[in-house]
Design a protein around this ligand. Structure first.
Ligand code: CA
Length: 441
């Protein structure tokens, strides 16, 4: 488990002045990774590290020969067009690179002159999905989400009896995961309208968001060799924001008996920046179970997981309608919650996923599942915020929303703050709904 070291010292300042602004997502204590290139310059994508409003170009850093030893090797691995090679190196290499970059980006560092030439303004950059995602698995780790949504699909039996024992998940689709800025047409498909006797076909009428975190696997495990919970976090490279867009009317008709299919795999959006587990060390919180709930089985339990296996990551969802965009209004907040409310930790997800011998690989993505908190204003999906479409939410300009409409943009944000630690952030994850394509069926 990652512990505190000099890189987390809240007093650290960077020679990149914008990294010292109190509200920046990217102070020198954060140092998240993305793949980027200059917009419109015909360049190759390569890895970069956020510092203030700049990106430290890892390809340029590797070429400049500023770093040595394991940190230099890690920067070289991070110079490729996807982060899989860096992810595969493991915790020692990631830590060595973090330590070297923290020291080289601090005020007064001897490397300043050499690294100054390796900075690219974020305002001039575009991003790609950070890894070649071989497999995407989506979990269901918020008991509040599971209960709220269960009430609507199964009013008499909202929380199924396995929920408090098994970290529920299913295999999703990697090919349709896009980077922040993703725009996608409203999906079409089969639905069973209320009261109808036969299904209908057409554009989805109940298009929804899912506020999730995406967990990128670092070093993998061999097929047949489970990952013990005491080692699970060593296999996690970092965390990004994830919007797992969902077509509720398609889901309601198709989901039995094998679970969601076309309701989920038309688009999922990730944020460009991946915040490492080491950067998140100051924001760990105890993993606890409510009074009367079963304790996790032995393979899902460890002293470290109990003491600090959960993370207090603040989360927010913003919605911007076409009218708001036209009027120059920013997105309006429709949800505020924290990852600390999850019922299962990321270590438990990794261990459960591999307990049967399933092999995870560098760059695999695990979704946390919709991260709803205990009260309805902390719900991470419209199906909860509007109680299944019955209570539209009011936006500040007088508009209302029950489900997403064409042209709507959704912005996920995440950050961590705590007394005695620097504030760090995840940047933004933005996606926009386009009108449905004309159907030929
Ligand atoms: Ca989901």
């Amino acid at each position: 488990m990652s512990t505190l070291n000099e890189t987390h010292n809240p007093a650290l300042q960077s020679w990149v002045a914008s990294a010292n602004a109190p509200d920046t997502d990217f102070p020198v204590q954060n140092l998240p990774f993305a793949v980027f290139r200059r917009k419109g310059a015909g360049e190759a994508f390569r890895g970069g590290v956020a510092i203030g409003d700049q990106i430290l170009d890892l390809a340029a850093v590797a070429k400049a020969g500023v770093l040595t030893g394991e940190a230099a090797a890690a920067a070289q691995a991070g110079a490729q067009d996807k982060l899989n090679a860096l992810m595969a190196l493991g915790t020692t290499a990631w830590s060595a690179l973090r330590m070297a970059l923290s020291r080289a980006l601090r005020e007064g560092a001897a490397e300043q002159a050499a690294l100054q030439a390796c900075l690219v303004p974020q305002a001039e950059a575009e991003y790609d999905v950070p890894a070649r995602i071989g497999d995407y698995t989506d979990f269901y780790t918020s008991v509040h989400h599971a209960t709220n949504i269960g009430k609507q699909f199964r009013p008499d039996n909202p929380l199924l009896p396995n929920y408090k024992w098994v970290p529920i998940g299913y295999h999703g689709r990697a090919s349709s995961i896009g980077i922040s800025g993703q725009q996608f047409p409203r999906p079409v498909g089969q639905t069973m309208p209320p009261g109808a006797t036969e299904p209908a076909f057409g554009p989805c009428k109940r298009l929804d968001i899912e506020l999730e975190l995406g967990i990128f696997i670092g070093s993998g495990n061999a097929l047949g060799e489970p990952v013990a919970i005491t080692e699970a976090e060593d296999h996690v490279f970092g965390i990004c924001l994830l919007n797992d867009w969902s077509a509720r009317d398609i889901q309601g008709w198709e989901y039995q008996p094998l679970g969601p299919f076309l309701a989920k795999n038309f688009a999922s959006t990730v944020s460009p920046w991946v915040v490492t587990i080491e950067a998140l060390a100051p924001y760990r919180v105890a993993f606890t179970r409510p009074e009367g709930d079963p304790q996790p089985m032995a393979y899902l339990d460890s002293a470290a997981n109990r003491a600090g296996g959960a993370f207090d990551i603040q989360l927010q969802v913003g919605l911007q309608t076409p009218q708001m965009r036209e009027d120059g209004q920013a997105d309006a907040s429709i949800c505020r919650t924290s990852y600390r409310h999850a019922y299962w930790t990321l270590a438990q997800m990794v261990t459960h996923h591999t307990v049967n011998g399933c092999n995870l690989q560098p760059g695999d993505l695990l979704g946390s599942g919709t991260l709803s908190g205990p009260t309805l204003d902390q719900a991470g999906a419209l199906i909860e915020l509007t109680t299944g479409g019955k209570n539209p939410i009011a936006l500040p300009n007088g508009e209302q929303r029950t489900w997403l409409e064409d042209g709507d943009s959704v912005v996920l944000r995440g950050w961590c703050e705590r007394d005695g630690a620097a504030r760090i952030g995840f940047g933004e994850c933005v996606g926009t709904v386009l009108p449905a394509r004309a159907s030929k069926v």
